[in-house]
Write a protein that binds this ligand. Structure first.
Ligand code: GLA
Length: 392
């Protein structure tokens, strides 16, 4: 990246590089905007943003992966409007920083990401968080404020009414562990993963058109469920407040579709708690069962799966050594996450690749999910001498 930066901008003096990871969510899907629980893992797939002061008062952003640059005089950044372009993410973040009272410096930025776009592994949050850190250039901001600022950028500028999970885990990720986030209190708990399992994400390589409109529709249906349930239980403010018993009492009074959506959210929240206790007990079989139950609920009640995801889940569940499989992220494409014995991984990869290709004519990418730490500055680049950098 340093070499690419130098080639692009003529000098890499004073360059600083910031990294923010993507994530895979183990369980707790579509619960974050209902203020419930999620259990994501930060990945070693990440977005890197390199930045150095620009001498001409401009903010310049180059995406290495898109091979495309954008630039504006810094004074114009606060007035820009979204244009459904990759630069909406960094610009949204820049505007939120300005709104939060930070004076931005003119910078040249270079973005490079190893989080596959459209894969449901949260490339957007990784871009937002790494950009925010780079624009801050080392000025302090509390980690929770950072996550919330990036979520606001996505909600208000990009226009995606997302929950807090992706930005939160990108900031708070931990090595060797998942993080259980309480999306109401915004407190979290580190959840060490038991020995003897591997998580592998499989990419359908598709993202259906429906994804963002259906996401918005689900948030509206959840709000409608809350309104209806409040008639019986006035203290309910979000689906987080609805226990499985309360849901049973209220179910008959809800329109059928709304009832299914609420049933998913209420049961999924309970599954997160059950999954964590199975995790603590090292009960791998139970963890796998909860994975599958989560997928079926997303498939039939929340209706955010698709043929490709269902095929991958069903194929995985038929393989030796696989404890569980489910879609992960928003749905309508993206990835499944699969939990298996370490000695099953090679066979799993081969069988799944072959079966998916036979059925859909597509080679699925696969990623070993290695739980990684949250966003930070890449300090080690300072130890690389200019000569060594040039030689690389
Ligand atoms: C997307 C959103 C998250 C979350 C998931 C579904 O990734 O960005 O906030 O709602 O979908 O769990």
């Amino acid at each position: 990246m340093i070499d690419a930066f130098r080639r692009l901008y003529g000098s890499a003096d004073s360059v600083r590089v910031f990294r923010a990871p993507g994530r895979v969510n183990l369980i707790g899907e579509h619960t974050d905007y209902n203020l419930g629980f999620v259990l994501p893992v930060a990945l070693d797939l990440a977005t890197f943003v390199a930045g150095a002061p620009s001498p001409d008062g401009k903010l310049r952003i180059h995406s290495e992966d898109r091979r495309e640059s954008v630039e504006w005089p810094l004074s114009e950044v606060s007035a820009l409007s979204p244009r459904r372009h990759w630069s909406d993410y960094p610009i949204g973040v820049a505007q939120e920083l300005i709104r939060a009272g930070f004076t931005l410096q003119p910078l040249n930025l270079l973005i490079h990401s190893t989080v596959p776009e459209g894969s449901g592994l949260s490339s957007s949050a990784a871009l937002e968080v790494s950009t925010a850190l780079c624009l801050l250039q080392g000025r302090p901001m509390g980690p929770l404020d950072l996550a919330r600022l990036c979520q606001r950028a996505e909600r208000s500028f990009v226009g995606m009414p997302c929950g807090i999970m992706d930005q939160y885990i990108s900031v708070f990720g931990r090595e060797h562990a998942a993080v259980c986030i309480d999306c109401r209190s915004l407190e979290s708990q580190v959840v060490p993963l038991p020995e003897g399992i591997e998580f592998v994400a499989v990419n359908t390589m598709v993202k259906h058109e429906l994804a963002s409109s259906a996401y918005r529709e689900r948030t509206e249906q959840c709000a409608a469920a809350v309104q209806a349930i409040r008639r019986q239980y006035p203290a309910v403010e979000s689906l987080r407040d609805v226990t499985p018993e309360m849901f049973e009492q209220a179910e008959a009074s809800l329109p059928a579709v709304i009832a299914r959506r609420a049933r998913h959210v209420v049961s999924e929240d309970a599954r997160v708690t059950q999954f964590m206790s199975a995790c603590r007990q090292g009960d791998l079989v139970r963890m796998g069962e909860l994975f599958e139950a989560s997928h079926r609920s997303l498939q039939h009640d929340y209706e955010v799966s698709c043929d490709e995801l269902d095929f991958l889940v069903d194929a995985a569940l038929g393989l030796e050594g696989v404890y569980g499989a489910r879609m992960t992220g928003g749905g309508f494409g993206g990835c499944t996450v699969n939990m298996m014995r370490p000695d099953a991984v090679t066979h799993f990869r081969r069988q799944i690749a072959q079966a998916y290709h036979e059925r859909f004519g597509i080679h699925p990418q696969m990623y070993d999910c290695r739980p990684s730490s949250g966003a930070e500055e890449e300090k080690n680049i300072e130890s690389i001498s200019p000569a060594a950098r040039l030689g690389s």
